[in-house]
Design a protein around this ligand. Structure first.
Ligand SMILES: [Zn+2]
Length: 61
């Protein structure tokens, strides 16, 4: 079984420290993005990431 260690719970986007709602594993790296950056990068992530954990539906309205 593969497990993902999510070490960061804040967005890895540029100049962004928002809470992360999208976690990806891409080439043995783990990245986390907030809803805004997750949406922005999603097309690229779906092409390149091995695993995507999309929790954007849990973002409080
Ligand atoms: Zn962000």
């Amino acid at each position: 079984m593969d497990t993902i260690n999510v070490t960061a719970d804040t967005c890895d986007g540029p100049r962004c420290g928002a809470r992360a709602y999208v976690y990806v594993q891409i080439n043995d790296r783990e990245l986390a993005y907030c809803g805004h950056h997750g949406t922005e990068y999603m097309p690229r992530l779906t092409e390149n990431a091995q695993v995507i954990v999309d929790l954007r539906h849990t973002i409080p309205a």
